[in-house]
Design a protein around this ligand. Structure first.
Ligand SMILES: Cc1cc2nc3c(=O)[nH]c(=O)nc-3n(C[C@H](O)[C@H](O)[C@H](O)COP(=O)(O)OP(=O)(O)OC[C@H]3O[C@@H](n4cnc5c(N)ncnc54)[C@H](O)[C@@H]3O)c2cc1C
Length: 450
């Protein structure tokens, strides 16, 4: 049987595997975590709307009816392209997997633009650990503010800075504002949560820059209505425990803030660099690999690179964005090519991305949507957002419970998932200091940084 190895159970990897369900192939899926992560809703886990399980179903359960897949936990460390072997590190055990065809869909990691130290004080938004740590920091900030008597301390705890005004940063800022203005008022004796400052910072001059002028302006207006302070053309030049340093048009400023969120910048994981070195493929500044029009690595028709990890231009010379649909369609395309090859048929057409549009929510009942020539904002866009996210959320049970939790937060004022444990808040530091007995985090760090 033809052996297909897939690295990564994100949108690209999972849709490739599902499309190979009835193909005469043996698939081995290698993923660093035991769950598939629906990243677009991470911010709702961070702000207490959804539970982590709702956006991260176990891969084994998702694929339980697909008999030609072997799911293996571990981080792919090296790809030996000469011998067609992937070298993997699992928790406490290393192993190798041989392939005839390889699909690399390992996604992207957070980039701090060379300032990795910022991560200590401004967690990114890439995985469940990030979202739970942020949940602990955000809800914890209101609790701690309530204990302080000095106004300067209270202000620092009640100031939230979100860096990056793309969809993730905008959604995050909008949700923190809704927490402060709708959910938490009346629950504290010593502070008024409505006095919280939520500041959204970006180095460019527009929010939701990629959505175009019209929707960008609408989004900015909606953010202002929510009470979010938007600081554009503002570059972050320092982040520490108690604040953030910025260069603005007004000059150098410091914003006192205990809670910072980093939602700017992506970089390919080191596996991409290693693959590029091995194959001689070119990579862009973020480490994404330039692929052929059939999504394979130049000179290696047996290796596909998909989704956030690839760099490919569309027919107009525009680089394809790092969004779920690019990964999904790439996964389906790679699977189709593998099937065509196995049937001995000639190669099909090059990969063509069909842009189904872009969506971003700003708050409850308020979103922006850019679909073909259609530009929508407010409630109609929000309805489309709900429908699309329900469609792509994996698992029937998750869809049902997500709708219930949305009802609690959007029709009511509550947040169903406000629990934050001490471990959530401090585990990252503790693991760095004392080590991880299961080596999972250490391995993840190695794979992400080496
Ligand atoms: C916070 C956030 C919000 C987003 N919102 C939207 C949105 O609203 N709409 C939209 O279209 N897109 C959105 N995106 C982008 C979208 O999620 C990505 O484009 C998409 O997930 C890319 O799919 P992928 O398969 O390439 O990678 P991913 O989905 O990132 O999957 C990569 C997988 O590979 C695994 N992995 C990584 N390295 C290794 C390794 N060395 N060995 C084994 N496994 C490995 C990871 O654990 C992960 O499971 C968002 C992204 C983020 C982070």
């Amino acid at each position: 049987m033809h052996r297909v190895v897939v690295i990564g159970a994100g949108f690209g990897g999972l849709f490739a595997i599902k499309s190979l369900k009835n193909a005469p192939v043996d698939i081995t899926l290698i993923n660093g975590t035991a769950y598939h992560l629906f990243q677009p809703l991470l911010y709702q886990v961070a702000t207490g709307i959804l539970s982590e399980g709702e956006i991260a179903p176990p891969i084994r359960e998702v694929l339980k009816r697909q008999k030609n897949v072997d799911v293996r936990l571990g981080w792919a460390r090296e790809i030996d392209t000469d011998n067609k072997v992937v070298k993997v590190s699992g928790p406490g055990i290393d192993y190798e997997v041989e392939y005839d065809t390889l699909i690399v869909a390992a996604g992207a990691t957070q980039s701090y633009f060379g300032n990795d130290g910022y991560a200590d004080h401004a967690p990114g938004m890439k995985n469940i650990d990030d979202a739970l740590e942020l949940r602990a920091r955000i809800f914890g900030a209101f609790e701690i503010a309530d204990l302080h008597t000095d106004q300067e301390d209270i202000d620092r705890w009640l100031t939230f800075v979100v860096v990056g005004a793309g969809p993730t940063g905008t959604e995050m800022a909008g949700q923190i504002a809704e927490l402060a203005h709708r959910t938490l008022p009346g629950q504290y004796k010593h502070i008024d949560p409505r006095k919280a400052r939520i500041i959204l910072v970006d180095a460019v001059g527009a929010v939701l820059n990629t959505f175009g002028d019209h929707l960008s302006t609408r989004a900015l207006r909606q953010l202002h209505l929510l009470g979010v302070e938007v600081e554009l053309n503002t570059k972050v030049v320092g982040v520490d425990a108690t604040g953030i340093e910025v260069e603005t048009e007004r000059g150098h400023e410091r914003i006192g803030s205990m809670t910072k969120v980093w939602a700017a910048g992506v970089a390919a994981p080191p596996l991409a660099r290693k693959l590029a070195e091995k194959t001689g493929a070119k990579a862009d500044r973020a480490g994404r690999i330039f692929v052929e029009k059939d999504l394979t690595v130049p000179g290696h028709p047996e290796i596909f690179v998909l989704g956030d990890l690839m760099n490919l231009n569309d027919e107009h010379g525009q680089q394809l964005p790092g969004v779920a649909q690019v990964a999904i369609q790439g996964g389906r395309y790679a699977a189709g090519t593998i099937k065509t090859r196995l049937e001995g048929k000639p190669a099909g057409k090059p990969f063509k991305y069909f842009d189904k549009g872009s969506l971003a929510t700003i708050s409850r009942f308020s979103a922006v949507a850019s679909i073909g020539k259609l530009r929508l904002d407010g409630f109609p866009a929000w309805l489309i957002w709900v429908a699309v996210h329900l469609l792509y959320l994996v698992g029937f049970k998750n869809r049902v419970t997500a709708v219930m939790h949305w009802a609690v937060s959007f029709l009511g004022r509550g947040r169903s998932e406000r629990v934050a444990t001490v471990q959530q808040a401090f585990a990252r530091r503790a693991i760095e200091e004392y080590g991880d007995p299961f080596e999972r985090t250490r391995l993840e760090a190695i794979v992400r940084k080496d």
